[in-house]
Every structure is written in C-alpha cells, then in structure tokens.
Design a protein around this ligand. Structure first.
Ligand SMILES: C[S@@+](CC[C@H](N)C(=O)[O-])C[C@H]1O[C@@H](n2cnc3c(N)ncnc32)[C@H](O)[C@@H]1O
Length: 279
C-alpha cells in the first residue's frame, strides 16, 4: 500500500494506458472509504471505463468493493449505489472506537456527520435514557451507549437497516443498555420518559416534533436535526421547533446550534439542542 501522497499519481499512471489525458484529469480526486468499501464519485464522461477505473482504485487503495456515489433517497434514506467492482458491500467500519456494520450500497453513512457522532459520544451521561427516533444502524446512539454508558432505546423502521442495528448492539457489547425496535417511531408507546431524544433525520423532521415532545421528560433535551435553506437561517430550524412546541404547551430553551454539513446547493443540515419544559 503506497503512502497517501503517492496514491493519486499511481492511479493516474496505471490508467494512462486506458484513458486520454482529458479523461485522466476527470478521475475522482476525493473518495470515501467505509470499512473496506470505497464510495467513488464518477463523472458521466467516465461511464465507459467505470469498471476498469474501479478495479484500479480498489487495487491501489486496497479495498474489496467499489460503489459509485449516487443520490440518497426516500423515507429510509437508502443509497442504492451501483456496484462497480467486487460484490460484497457489507463491511464493518470502525470510528471513534465504535463498530458499525452496514451495507454501504443500501444504507447511508455520511462521513460529514462524523463530528456529530463524536459529539453525541460526549454529551450522554451514564444511566441517562436516550430514545433515538431515527436510529439507522446506530449511527448516533451507539456512541452514546458505548462511550457515554447511556441506556438507549433505538427505533428503526426499515427491516433491512434494523438487522444491522441489532448486529451492532451485539458487536459493541452494549446489549445490557441498548434495545432496538423495528417500528415506526410514531407507534412507540413511551411517554414522558427520555432524558434525551435524538431526531437524526432530514427534510421532514419537523413532522415528528409532536412525537418527540411526547417522548421526552419535563426538562429533557431534544437533539433536533433538519435541512434548512440558507435564506431562512438563522431563524430556522429553531423557529419551527419553538412554534410547534408552544402550540403543544411546551416552553423551550435553545442550548446549542451547529451546522453539520452542506446538504444541497444553498441548503444546510443543522442540529439544534433544545431543552423543553411542560407548561
Ligand atoms: C438518515 S438515517 C440517519 C441515521 C442517523 N440518525 C444519522 O443522523 O446519521 C435515518 C433513519 O431513520 C429511519 N426512519 C425514517 N423514518 C422513520 C420512522 N418514522 N420511524 C423510525 N425510523 C425511521 C430510516 O429508515 C433511516 O434508517
């Protein structure tokens, strides 16, 4: 495995036998590695050479599978990435001492959310009850159980993603304090119980604010994520949260607000930590 600074010239050198100088200039300069699977953004011009390109990246970067970066879509935030090289897209990614097993071709795992996953490891306190309304494979709540020693109830609607969530609870040996349910979070019966509620979702998160309010205890904290057009910031996303909370008889206190990443041109993924009180 060559040193990082040698990777790009090496890839270019090998592919110079197959591609014109113009096409060589279009080769991806950035990629994401999750476990031993590579996510490669590829321009349409490189379509006829995609398998050969993927094979060379796999060899030089020493990964078993290469998938092509595409859009994340739908209620379950599925990736449906095209497999370009190899066939096994299930891998174990280790980050901040937490093991995440997932299928990279179907389940999103955003490298841009790494700071938030690390932050969550630090905010939870031992014994606190966290309800993760959009658990995924445990993206945000595994660090809280592993490092924060919090008790976690993780809710995940997709049966496919749920299988990995259950596996990750075993893999990280947190079965004594983390439980997963394969349900729509709107069907979760717990009320007034959580010290913290995680709302790690985008685009439609505001529709779930009333449910989060019913799950959190008086004085508890909700970590509210959403995507916001830049022109509505800094009022949003907190403005909508406060309005809905007040309509439901709650008083809110904003503790913290962070921009997580650029979601689309002119649209940001933001998280707000809000303490809520019943009036
Ligand atoms: C985008 S992932 C986010 C994972 C993680 N919270 C993060 O922020 O990185 C959101 C997850 O929520 C799940 N989901 C969507 N709607 C849901 C619902 N109503 N109840 C439970 N899970 C839901 C999706 O299947 C998906 O796995």
């Amino acid at each position: 495995m060559p040193g990082t600074q040698l990777i790009k010239p090496r890839i270019r050198e090998i592919l110079s036998e197959d591609l014109t100088p113009e096409l060589l200039d279009m080769l991806p300069k950035h990629w994401v590695r999750i476990g031993d699977v590579l996510i490669l953004p590829l321009r349409p011009e490189l379509e006829p050479y995609k398998e050969r390109i993927a094979e060379v990246y796999a060899r030089v970067l020493n990964v078993k599978t290469v998938v092509r970066k595409g859009r994340i879509k739908g209620e379950f935030r599925e990736t449906n990435y095209e497999v370009l090289y190899g066939n096994d897209t299930v891998t174990t990614h280790v980050e901040n001492g937490v093991k995440y097993r997932l299928d990279v071709a179907r389940i999103m795992f955003s490298p841009a959310n790494v700071r938030e996953r690390i932050r969550m490891a630090g905010v939870a306190k031992p014994g606190e009850l966290v309800v993760d309304m959009f658990a995924g494979v445990g993206h945000l709540s595994l660090p809280m159980a592993v490092h924060g020693k919090a008790r976690v109830v993780a809710l995940e609607k997709s049966p496919y993603t749920f299988r990995f969530l259950v596996e990750n609870i075993e893999l990280n040996r947190v079965r004594d304090r983390m439980t997963a349910y394969n349900i729509d979070n709107r069907d979760f019966p717990g009320e007034n119980i959580a010290d913290r509620v995680l709302m790690g979702y985008v685009v439609k998160t505001h529709e779930f604010i009333p449910k989060a309010l019913s799950i959190v205890r008086d004085g508890g904290i909700i970590h509210y994520h959403n995507t916001v057009p830049a022109k509505l910031m800094p009022e949003e996303p907190f403005g909508t949260f406060r309005r809905v909370a007040e309509e439901h008889g709650y008083r809110v206190e904003k503790l913290n607000e962070l921009v997580i990443k650029r979601y689309a041109p002119g649209v940001w993924h933001v998280v707000v930590d809000v303490r809520v009180f019943r009036e």
